[in-house]
Ligand binder design. Structure first.
Ligand SMILES: [Zn+2]
Length: 688
């Protein structure tokens, strides 16, 4: 049945005096829908569960062969193309199979296929991790890096070689065998301690039993879902319970009790965390870094801990003025309700914030929604981005997709096909539950021409009902614009290498091109182009829009300070803390919270036990605000020149989006801004 196509990756030897080249092994490409022809989209509609298995298994064999071919080249014959470009191609080809499988694992309606894809996901990502630990491959790269040709490299090629070598050495390849064995031991411990940390968070089961009086203020459906046979209510510590409770519960005593419980989730982790921090510190030291942050930040846009410390400290100082105003406003809301008081506590914040919104700002989210019918939002988003970036989207009729609701679009630039994106917008049973952009083929230069990138938006927006179109709350409109920013980053890339194209940029920069797009949903000139009442077609009134803006800015500095607090706490633990010393992680928490957060530390609370980011994103929490500061700074240029100004749009497209990480991200930002970045626009956006 299998129609095997034999591709031979031959390396031509031009210089006959060189030692004989080891023969390159042939790569056999199976006849399988995941292995689409060059620039032909995957035939998603025809995929079967067996196709998933075959594609997942064969890509590992194929990659083994490609790896062997790279490794087998003699030192004197190594070139950028046969070593570095070949390695980049290996990753590109691997991900062009593994990423669509990943997409299927989260979206395919057939449960057998979906579960099969989900199972292969794990093996596929383990396999790719092992490549980064392949010693022969490291030696191949290292030997090329030392060659005369490599020393002459400039630009993106030089950057790629340096980053690849550093990447391997961060995995311990610069160490002796003994050191590497030790490193492996520490890394295994880090991952098992990290698993324990996460498991403790996942198994949180604590709850509070409350009386009917203590439930006063909560919506009926919230109460009904938690009512027990004896008439009491069981409120657990999940977000859907905790958040509405803190927002609506009138009983301060009950709110405080839940707050204290919430901030003591997974207290087993108070023992686990110092172990995790100690192992990370040991790992960093073994590799020659003085702290874990130094290790973690080296390959980020931030580069080193000092930059992040300065970032957090400057933000804290710059937020001080608006923070004081926000706190005073919140305190006033409290005083009006309960009489003279001197501060707002952590368990009162959400409640009085809501009082403020309802009584002072009177914003009705239901009313706002009627101006954001999904089709209007899509039209607006498309119109704005096509105009700004000089693109044209064409919907593909009768596309081959994984579900009948999925739509497919081609992106054209100067009448040339640039990319393909899919919109999978509505919820389904067992579908991925949030909103995300799944980039599954990255753009890059190949022997056959430029590889067209493919991406899909996977969201959970409402469907139309019989009597009205799908109406989106403004928060969803913002999410839609955000995720589409990731799509565009993929679509308009011009980078030569897979590793540097589209969203393959530093982790602390990758959100900036999506965060920037949220601004178009907060700008009346943009919003009035598409926000029309679904019945009357009346444009969203400016007065209502201004109310939305005012409500958005309520407590904005309090929220930002909370982010600075989380970021600083994470940084402190990973950069300026001795896990085996006198101070506990709670001592540090108390100090940092009292210094930065709008709310005083409450004795007996230990929020860090359930601060899940400390595991997966150790020393990385700063990234959320970091990329936002860059996003807002870049948006300020649009704000000045006009939010539909094509010239600015094209500069943004060609400098920031198109180049990916083929140049240092900070240099790209500077080039676009025409100056050094700063946080003025970020602060302005908070309503300062
Ligand atoms: Zn994002």
């Amino acid at each position: 049945m299998k129609n095997l196509l034999i591709l031979t990756v031959a390396v031509l030897l031009m210089n006959c005096s060189q030692p004989e080249q080891v023969a390159q092994l042939p790569v056999e490409i199976p006849d399988n829908p995941f292995y689409a022809d060059f620039n032909v989209p995957v035939d998603f509609a025809s995929i079967t569960s067996d196709d998933v298995s075959e594609a997942a298994e064969t890509i590992q064999t194929i990659t083994d062969t490609r790896l062997a071919n790279i490794v087998s080249i003699n030192e004197e014959n190594r070139t950028f193309d046969n070593t570095m470009k070949a390695l980049d191609e290996l990753y590109a080809n691997y991900s062009a199979i593994s990423y669509p499988i990943y997409l299927m694992a989260y979206t395919h309606p057939d449960s057998t296929l979906r579960n099969n894809a989900l199972n292969f996901n794990t093996t596929l990502s383990q396999y790719v991790n092992e490549i980064t630990l392949n010693e022969d491959l490291y030696n191949a790269v290292k030997s090329y890096a030392g060659s005369d040709e490599a020393k002459e490299l400039t630009g993106y090629k030089k950057k790629f070689v340096e980053e690849t070598v550093t990447g391997f050495e961060r995995n311990g390849f610069a160490l002796s065998q003994e050191g590497r064995d030790e490193l492996k031991g520490i890394n295994d411990q880090i991952s098992s301690i990290g698993d324990e940390f996460s498991k403790n968070i996942a198994s949180i089961q604590d709850f509070l039993i409350l009386s009917n009086e203590e439930m006063a203020g909560l919506p009926d459906d919230f109460k009904a879902a938690r009512k027990q046979d004896d008439g009491t209510y069981k409120v657990d510590l999940s977000y859907p319970s905790y958040r509405p409770f803190m927002k609506y519960a009138e009983s301060e005593r009950a709110r405080k009790a839940l707050y204290v419980k919430y901030n003591n989730r997974a207290t087993e982790n108070l023992e686990v965390l110092p172990q995790l921090l100690q192992k990370r510190l040991n790992m960093a030291k073994l590799l020659g870094y003085s702290t874990y942050s130094e290790y973690r930040l080296e390959d980020r846009m931030a580069k080193n801990p000092k930059t992040v410390w300065d970032f957090e400290i400057n933000l804290k100082n710059d937020l001080a003025e608006k923070l004081a105003l926000d706190k005073a406003e919140l305190l006033e809301a409290k005083t009006t309700k309960v009489g003279e008081s001197d501060k707002v506590n952590g368990w009162e914040a959400s409640y009085y914030n809501n009082v403020l919104l309802e009584e002072k700002y009177e914003l009705d989210a239901e009313e706002v929604k009627q101006y954001f019918a999904m089709d209007d939002v899509i039209d607006g988003l498309f119109m704005i981005t096509q105009t700004l970036f000089d693109l044209e989207y064409k919907e593909v009729e009768n596309p081959s997709v994984w579900h009948e609701e999925v739509r497919m679009f081609e992106v054209y630039q100067d009448e040339k096909l640039k990319g393909v994106f899919y919109l999978d917008l509505h919820p389904r049973e067992n579908k991925y539950g949030h909103a995300a952009c799944f980039g599954f083929v990255n753009g890059r230069m190949t022997k056959e021409g430029y590889q067209i990138p493919n991406a899909s938006l996977v969201c959970n927006f409402p469907r139309a009902t019989e009597d009205r179109p799908a109406l989106m709350p403004h928060g969803q409109v913002q999410t839609f614009f955000h995720e589409f920013g990731h799509v565009l980053h993929q679509m308009v890339t011009t980078a030569d290498l897979y590793s540097q194209s589209g969203t393959n940029v530093s982790r602390d920069f990758v959100e900036a091109p999506s965060q920037i797009f949220e601004n178009w949903t907060w700008n009346y000139d943009a919003v009035k182009l598409f926000a029309k009442h679904y019945k009357t077609r009346e444009v969203l009134p400016e007065e209502l829009f201004n109310k939305m803006l005012a409500a958005k800015n309520v407590g904005s500095a309090i929220n930002a300070s909370q982010q600075v607090f989380y970021g600083t706490y994470d940084l402190t633990l990973h950069d300026r803390y001795n896990p085996s010393g006198e101070l506990s992680t709670t001592d540090v928490l108390k100090e940092v919270q009292n210094e930065i957060s709008a709310y005083e530390y409450v004795d007996g609370t230990n929020f860090q036990g359930a601060f899940g980011h400390l595991n997966g994103y150790g020393s990385s929490y700063y990234g959320y605000l970091w990329s936002l500061v860059y996003a807002q700074d870049m948006f300020s240029i649009f704000d000045e020149n006009g939010i539909l100004d094509k010239e600015t749009g094209l500069r943004y497209r060609d400098i920031i989006l198109a180049r990916g990480s083929s140049e240092d991200e900070l240099e790209l930002v500077k080039e676009f801004l025409g100056r050094d970045p700063n946080n003025d626009a970020f602060l302005k956006e908070l309503g300062l």
